[in-house]
Design a protein around this ligand. Structure first.
Ligand SMILES: [Zn+2]
Length: 414
C-alpha cells in the first residue's frame, strides 16, 4: 500500500481557471489575487494530485433559485448580456454600485463559484471531504447582493445537503456575521448556523448577529466578539462554545466558512488573531466533524472574506493541508516565495517600510507558511467582557437548556 492516496482521506479541491483573470475593478477590496494564488502555492508544494482537483461547473439558474428569486437571477444574467447594470436593477438588487460593482462575466463568475460549492456538497455526499475556496459568499440575500456577495453559495451548499436529508451545522469563522445564511434557514429546524464574528456595533453588516439572535427555529448560535480579540481570547471562546454547539446539534454534516478576514493583518478585520489559531480551530472542526463510514469527515469547507492576499493564500494552503492530511513544511518552496514576492499590494509595499521589524515581517510573509511576526499567537489575559459574552450565550440559548438548566439568573434578563 505505497500509494499515498490510500493513506490520506479522500479530499477534493474545487475551483475554476476563470478566477485567474477575474477582477472586481480597481480599488475594490476583492481586487486581489485569491483562488488563483492559492492554487499556485498549493501546487508549488506539490500538494494537489490530479484526482484531488475538480474544475468547477457553473450553477444552473434552477439551482440558484433554491435560494434566490427568479427575478434576481434573471437580472444578473441580463446585466452580463448588456455589459452594464441599469438604474432599475441597481435599485432593486443592490448591484452595479461601489459595494457590489459590475465586472466582466458578471453572472458567470459568481455562478461558477456557486456551482463549485454545490459540487463540493455533492462530493461530501459521495464520501469525500471538500474545499471550495471561491465560495463563502455568506451575505447575499434572496433578491439582492450584499457585502461583495452576489449569490449565496454557502446557503446553496447547505441546501444541497439538506435536499438529501442531512441535518447540517454551518460554522462561520469569517470576521463578519453570516447574516445571509442565517436568514436562509430561519424556517428550517434541521439546519443550524454558528457564527463567531466582529460585534456588528463596530463592523459590517452593522446589525444582527447578537447573542440574543437565535434564529427562527432556535437554530442560530451567534457569538459577537469585541475589537482586538486576541488568540487566547478567541481560542477560549471557540473551544468553550464549539463542542457544546456540536453536541446540541448532532449534525450529519458540517459546512465551514473559512473567511480569513478574522486574521490580524487583514485590512477590513479588527481582531488580533493569528493564522495558527485560526487553523487550530479548522483542525478541531476537522477532527470532530461527523464521519462517513470510511472515516472521512463529512465536512465541506468554503472560502469567504479575506482581503490580504498573502495571508489568505497561506492560510488556505494550511486549510488544504488539514483537509488532505499533509504536513506542509513551514518554509514555503522557492517557487511559492517567488510568486508571493511578485505581488505588489498597496498596504504591504516594502518600500513604505522604514524600520527593520516591518521589513522582517514583510520578508516572512513571503518566506514562511505561518510564522510571520503578525501570525505569531497574540497572548494576553482574557478580558471579562469576553468571558461574559461566552457565558451569556451558554446560559441563555434555548438549545443549551438541557446542559445548563433554565438558568434563573439569566432568564431575568429577558
Ligand atoms: Zn468577512
Amino acid at each position: 500500500m505505497s500509494d499515498p492516496t490510500f493513506s490520506r482521506p479522500s479530499a477534493v479541491l474545487i475551483a475554476a481557471a476563470r478566477y485567474r483573470r477575474h477582477t472586481y475593478g480597481n480599488n475594490h477590496p476583492l481586487d486581489i489575487p485569491r483562488v488563483s494564488l492559492l492554487i499556485d502555492i498549493i501546487r508549488s508544494y506539490n500538494a494537489l494530485e490530479s484526482h484531488e482537483y475538480i474544475e468547477s461547473r457553473r450553477a444552473l439558474a434552477s439551482e440558484l433559485e433554491w435560494f434566490h428569486t427568479p427575478e434576481y437571477v434573471a437580472a444578473m444574467q441580463r446585466c452580463e448580456v448588456m455589459e452594464k447594470v441599469t438604474d432599475v436593477y441597481r435599485q432593486r438588487h443592490n448591484i452595479g454600485n461601489l459595494e457590489n460593482p459590475y465586472f466582466k462575466d458578471f453572472f458567470a463568475t459568481p455562478a461558477t463559484a456557486t456551482g463549485g460549492s454545490i459540487q463540493a456538497a455533492e462530493q461530501v455526499l459521495a464520501g469525500r471531504v471538500a474545499f471550495s475556496p471561491a465560495g463563502g459568499m455568506h451575505h447575499a440575500m434572496p433578491d439582492r447582493a450584499q457585502g461583495f456577495c452576489f449569490f449565496n453559495d454557502a446557503a446553496l451548499a447547505v441546501i444541497r445537503l439538506r435536499r438529501d436529508g442531512l441535518k447540517v451545522l454551518y460554522v462561520d469563522l469569517d470576521a463578519h456575521h453570516g447574516d445571509g445564511v442565517e436568514h436562509a434557514f430561519r424556517n428550517d429546524s434541521s439546519a443550524f448556523t454558528f457564527s463567531m464574528h466582529m460585534d456588528t456595533s463596530m463592523a459590517y453588516p452593522f446589525s444582527g448577529g447578537n447573542i440574543e439572535d437565535v434564529g427562527g427555529r432556535e437554530n442560530a448560535f451567534n457569538l459577537p466578539l469585541p475589537r482586538s480579540t486576541n488568540d487566547d481570547e478567541y481560542w477560549y471562546a471557540f473551544s468553550r462554545v464549539w463542542p457544546l454547539v456540536l453536541n446540541a446539534v448532532n449534525p450529519d454534516a458540517v459546512v465551514l466558512q473559512a473567511g480569513t478576514d478574522a486574521i490580524m493583518p487583514d485590512p477590513l478585520g479588527k481582531f488580533c488573531l493569528s493564522t495558527q489559531t485560526f487553523l487550530r480551530a479548522v483542525g478541531t472542526i476537522y477532527d470532530e466533524a461527523p464521519r462517513h463510514d470510511n472515516g472521512t469527515p463529512r465536512l465541506l469547507v468554503i472560502g469567504g472574506g479575506g482581503y490580504h492576499p498573502l495571508v489568505l493564500a497561506r492560510c488556505w494552503t494550511g486549510v488544504w493541508g488539514i483537509l488532505s492530511q499533509r504536513q506542509l513544511p513551514a518554509e514555503l518552496p522557492p517557487s511559492a516565495q517567488a510568486l508571493l514576492s511578485k505581488i505588489r499590494w498597496g498596504a504591504e509595499d516594502p518600500d513604505d517600510y522604514d524600520d527593520e521589524e516591518q521589513i522582517e515581517h514583510h520578508g516572512t510573509l513571503y518566506r514562511e507558511l505561518l510564522a510571520s511576526r503578525l501570525d505569531r499567537p497574540q497572548k494576553g489575559p482574557i478580558r471579562p467582557d469576553i468571558t461574559a459574552r461566552v457565558e451569556r450565550l451558554l446560559q441563555t440559548h434555548p438549545r443549551f437548556r438541557n446542559i445548563f438548566g433554565d438558568g434563573d439568573f439569566f432568564t431575568s434578563n429577558f
